[in-house]
Ligand binder design. Structure first.
Ligand SMILES: Nc1ncnc2c1ncn2[C@@H]1O[C@H](COP(=O)(O)OP(=O)(O)OP(=O)(O)O)[C@@H](O)[C@H]1O
Ligand SMILES: [Mg+2]
Length: 237
């Protein structure tokens, strides 16, 4: 990875009020890189992503995107810089139509939005027959696809996905990962959070393992994913 990272999270601390979740956590994502953050339940992975996308302010530390500090910026500004965050649990608008949910993912002129949606939908054939139903009737897999499609509408440079495989049947999970591979092939950098390393082979370039709000292990994905015993030790402290 080059010296100027696309995303550079430095020694971030903070959490919810007095409750400190992150404790001096640092990670980097390079241009065209796919980075995975792994770690057990409740150790701060989602909190980290919320800090990157501006939903939470770090109490200490800094976050740079393209060398610019973003840790004091508002979420809409950060999204506008090219960071798209697909939250854990998808958080689609249940009463809105699938089409409206997708279109809500970008602030563009109407004609451009429709054109971009048309292009994105080429990769989401399962959503096409569902465009005019409310998002609440979608299956879990369709909802995950919708969240991804909405996230891509902004044309992100950095796509952040919180637990892309969470709660999905194996075949749907494979389709989600195939899509993520395609995004990586299209040159979108990625920061993925997962609890387990199972599906990351062939996608992630580097891996960080987070425990108690700190990085306890980091390295090239091929090495870390090969040595499961090392991963297991990191998980067990
Ligand atoms: N809104 C909140 N208010 C207070 N505490 C919270 C809030 N959200 C999360 N926490 C706490 O912060 C800690 C870290 O949570 P976080 O969601 O970052 O973990 P995680 O690693 O993403 O776990 P999971 O695998 O369950 O998604 C947990 O102890 C959690 O209970
Ligand atoms: Mg989480």
């Amino acid at each position: 990875m080059s010296d100027t990272a696309l995303l550079d999270v430095r020694e971030v601390e903070g959490g919810y009020g007095e409750y400190r979740v992150l404790d001096g956590l640092s990670i980097r994502v390079g241009e065209d890189e796919v980075v995975a953050v792994l770690g057990p339940n409740g150790h701060g992975k989602t909190t980290l992503l919320r800090m990157i996308s501006g939903l939470l302010r770090p109490a200490r530390g800094s976050i740079y995107f393209h060398g610019q500090p973003i840790h004091a910026r508002a979420p809409a500004e950060i999204a506008g810089l090219g960071i798209s965050h697909i939250p854990q649990g998808d958080l689609v608008f249940p009463q809105m139509l699938v089409r409206e949910n997708i279109l809500a993912g970008a602030y563009l002129r109407w004609s451009e939005r429709c054109e971009r949606m048309r292009r994105i939908l080429e990769d989401f054939p399962r959503l096409v027959p569902r465009l005019n139903v409310p998002a609440r009737v979608l299956s879990g897999g369709e909802r995950r696809m919708l969240a991804l499609a909405r996230g891509l509408m902004g044309g992100p440079q950095l796509l952040i996905v919180d637990e892309p495989s969470l709660g999905l049947a194996p075949s749907v999970r494979d389709s989600v990962y195939a899509l993520l591979r395609k995004c990586a092939g299209d040159g979108i950098s990625m920061l993925l959070v997962e609890e387990k390393a199972t599906h990351l082979e062939g996608l992630a370039d580097r891996v960080y393992v987070v425990e108690s709000g700190r990085v306890v292990l980091e390295g090239a994905a091929v090495e870390i994913l090969r040595d499961r015993s090392q991963l297991l030790r990191a998980y067990m402290g």
